[in-house]
Design a protein around this ligand. Structure first.
Ligand SMILES: Nc1ncnc2c1ncn2[C@@H]1O[C@H](COP(=O)(O)OP(=O)(O)O)[C@@H](O)[C@H]1O
Ligand SMILES: [Mg+2]
Length: 369
């Protein structure tokens, strides 16, 4: 097992004309489940390929524990590059390929056999992993005789029996249907916790990140927008991008003018609570962006500190309702956890004033604690 450290890493696919990763710095703790999250093309796979040793950064350093895997300190003897097969990593991708002519047991044993591990030891490890993944009853089948979810579990098992110090997964559940994805996700997290392997998991899916990660690294255009625990990032997004990327449905954003004691959105006004006053003082008379999550409203009867709007549509979720409310030109999404959908055509939404997210209108950076 190992911590992973990345220092000042730059990566280019065109010899330095442009950079896909620009000065990336990252600390992944030993045994942590770290998720690289971000929209397609932001550089998640690129970063993972550098850690795996499949790609050479232009500059920077990657360490596993104290051991330098990649150091691209210019030409000459400073340069270190440990090849992938010597990094003791295991990788699973979306397009994993099991050996079609081998049984599950043979698939899982193959890498250990090539490494000349003793027969009893192979059997012990393979059986243990089969038990962990609940695939013991499938050991004599071939991949064609397995469902997608079962194949994916075999792929995970085949990677994990090698007892890697680092486990790398790139969108590994993308091919599975929603229900299976939830199940494999749960099992993967459980196994990772039990084995304590330092794991990096690449996904564009915020739900996967929120449910599995100890540490989320949210990227955009080759830069880290914020990193932290799922709770920290959901409760205190550092900027509007992070606020919008985490949480479903998306956070509601309003443009507001900061007046003496109120935030004025034109269509509604909110009194400024004590705890935001200091942060808002420099913005007096200016516009800011106010973020309110769909679940941070309550229904009210009276108009004070409320947002009035007309119900456009209601989607039942089973345990709650998503209510789309027209407020002036804007559609506000409200997640209502009541037992019955409200019958009124007009609603008064009162935001939870403890949970406002305030952003600078120009930089889009968070301005309140
Ligand atoms: N082999 C490659 N050659 C040139 N450009 C690439 C290559 N692989 C990825 N890119 C570019 O690098 C950027 C980051 O890609 P990638 O790391 O695959 O993103 P992600 O995994 O976050 O979707 C994208 O703009 C992509 O087009
Ligand atoms: Mg990718």
């Amino acid at each position: 097992m190992a911590a992973i450290t990345i220092r000042d890493m730059c990566v280019s696919y065109n010899k330095g004309k442009s950079y896909v990763l620009d000065n990336l710095n990252l600390d992944i703790r030993d045994g942590e489940f770290c998720v690289f999250l971000g929209p397609s093309g932001c550089g998640k796979s690129t970063a993972m390929h550098c850690i795996a040793g499949l790609l050479h950064p232009v500059s920077g350093e990657i360490r596993f524990g104290e051991e330098v895997m990649t150091a691209a300190k210019g030409k000459g003897k400073d340069k270190t590059f440990v090849p992938p097969q010597e990094r003791n990593i295991a990788m699973v991708f979306q397009e994993y390929a099991l050996y079609p002519n081998m049984t599950v047991r043979e698939n899982m044993s193959f890498a250990l056999k090539t490494k000349k591990v003793a027969k009893e030891e192979i059997e012990k490890r393979v059986n243990y992993m089969a038990q962990m993944l609940s695939i013991e009853q499938l050991m004599d089948r071939r991949p064609a005789e397995l469902s997608g979810g079962q194949r994916q579990r075999v792929a995970l098992g085949r990677a994990l029996v090698r007892d890697p110090q680092v486990f790398l997964l790139d969108e590994p559940l993308g091919n599975l249907d929603a229900k299976l994805r939830d199940q494999v996700r749960y099992e993967l997290k459980k196994i990772q916790e039990q084995l304590g392997i330092t794991t990096i998991y690449v996904t564009h899916d915020q739900t996967e990140a929120m449910t599995m990660a100890d540490h989320i690294v949210l990227m955009k255009d080759g830069h880290i927008m914020q990193e932290g625990t799922p709770e920290e990032m959901y409760d205190h997004p550092a900027n509007e991008f992070v606020a919008g990327f985490l949480g479903t449905p998306q956070i509601n954003i309003f443009s507001c003018e900061v007046k003496k004691n109120t935030l004025d959105a034109g269509t509604f006004q909110l009194g400024i609570p004590e705890q935001y006053q200091a942060a808002l003082t420099p913005y007096a008379g200016k516009m800011i962006h106010l973020g309110i999550r769909p679940s941070d409203f309550e229904l009210a009867k009276e108009g004070f500190n409320a947002i009035k709007g007309q119900v456009e549509s209601i989607e039942p979720l089973g345990d709650a309702y998503l209510i789309y409310v027209r407020v002036g030109e804007k559609i506000v999404v409200f997640k209502y956890a009541g037992e019955h959908a409200p019958k009124e055509k007009e609603l008064l939404l009162v935001p939870n004033m403890e949970k406002l997210h305030l952003f600078d209108a120009e930089t889009e950076k968070r301005i309140n604690r």
